[in-house]
Design a protein around this ligand. Structure first.
Ligand SMILES: [Zn+2]
Length: 398
């Protein structure tokens, strides 16, 4: 059970109320209408208001939802059922929050092997006026190679209003901290119409902590050490989010942060392309808006800026792609917002503008954050002998 107010606090409050009532009575039953008494009562009222505002801060209520339960065991099969893993990780998240973020009260949608409906889970968070909602789930796929973590935010961002930004920042932070904990693959942040995150009126995310169908992921999720690692990553993200998404933070700041953290949803996914099935490659590339890499036959340089002579590219190089176009884009085009030198290259039927040609991935990456302040969707591409190759392939050959 969650205790939002301490008993000490309640006793103090009741005591103040008793004093106030007896003072008001004494004035009413007193025959002499002494102004001093009225002033005294006014002071009492003022003190009570000040005490209420300046007393112990109310705890932040965070709702943690362990996905599934009872007859709905989610994915997997005995003994490795999703409902068991989500509850174990949720409990570990609560233990770590209680130990590390004392001004937060964790509310659970289920404590044991029960099944609250999706509506009941969302209603609980809405009724409690929760500050955020985190639903924990486990993935499964027909391909045994599919692995990694991913975090979903509501698709109908419009209904979430200002919370849409806060949800996205939290989702990006989760992916960042999963990676920082060495949990491997990040499948990124995605928008999807999922009941609990659509119907909650606060920032909310649904995080998938791994694939039960993948042996490495399931080893992590089914071991107590792995569960602690996953839970600590979630708590680290929540801690950082609490600093960022504090009341009064400007919307602009959150948007800036969103761009800063977008780093984690593109390149960190890309190195895994090499080990993925063809269908999965297409899915991931769809997220990155990479135009069909398998169709690329060769790179034809269309135009170079004055600073960059139209020489051939180094045999192996990385670059940052700024934009795509169906027509060539001149180096002094206003849409390039002053970034120079740039190169416009033709791949298939599309013209692509790239900049910051770099000999190493690290070098290209070091420019990415700055470029994204101007081109939020910019990402890293790689070339070998004039052919576009995946970043993963280029990193292996580096
Ligand atoms: Zn699930």
């Amino acid at each position: 059970m969650v205790q939002v107010f301490g008993t000490h606090c309640i006793k103090h409050y009741l005591c103040s109320v008793n004093h106030l009532i007896s003072d008001i009575r004494s004035i009413f039953y007193s025959k002499e209408k002494n102004n001093m008494n009225r002033i005294f009562v006014a002071c009492w009222l003022l003190l009570c208001v000040v005490a209420a505002w300046g007393g112990k801060p109310t705890k932040h209520v965070w709702v943690i939802d362990a996905g599934h339960g009872a007859h709905d065991w989610g994915c997997g099969k005995k003994p490795m059922m999703e409902k068991k893993i989500t509850l174990a990780v949720a409990k570990e998240v609560r233990r770590l929050i209680n130990a590390q973020i004392p001004d937060v009260a964790v509310v659970f949608t289920r404590e044991g092997d029960t099944y609250p409906t999706l509506a009941a889970r969302a209603d609980l968070a809405n009724r409690r006026g929760a500050e955020l909602f985190v639903s924990i789930h486990v993935n499964e796929a027909p391909s045994l190679l599919a692995c990694g973590t991913e975090t979903f935010i509501a698709k109908s961002a419009a209904t979430k209003g200002a919370n849409a930004n806060k949800s996205e920042v939290l989702a990006l932070l989760m992916q960042k901290h999963y990676l920082n904990s060495g949990l491997g693959t990040s499948r990124g942040v995605k928008k999807r119409e999922l009941y609990v995150i659509e119907q909650t009126r606060m920032p909310s995310v649904l995080t998938e902590i791994g694939f039960l169908s993948n042996s490495a992921d399931s080893a992590v999720m089914c071991s107590p050490e792995g569960q602690t690692l996953l839970a600590q990553s979630i708590v680290n993200a929540l801690k950082e989010w609490k600093q960022i998404a504090r009341p009064g933070v400007k919307r602009r700041d959150l948007i800036n942060l969103r761009y800063a953290y977008q780093d984690y949803r593109v390149e960190d996914v890309q190195p895994l392309l090499a080990s993925r099935t063809q269908r999965e490659r297409q899915e991931v590339q769809g997220v990155q808006e990479v135009q069909g890499v398998q169709e690329v036959q060769g790179v034809q340089e269309v135009q170079a800026s004055a600073e960059a002579p139209a020489d051939t590219m180094p045999s192996l190089c990385f670059a940052i792609q700024l934009m795509n176009s169906s027509k060539p884009i001149a180096a002094d085009d206003r849409r390039l917002k002053g970034i120079a030198p740039t190169r416009c290259i033709k791949i298939g039927t599309l013209y692509k503008v790239i900049a910051y040609l770099s000999p190493t991935y690290a070098d290209a990456r070091s420019h990415l954050t700055t470029v994204r302040e101007i081109f939020p969707d910019a990402f890293i591409v790689a070339f070998r002998d004039g052919q576009q190759i995946t970043v993963a392939e280029a990193q292996q050959q580096q």
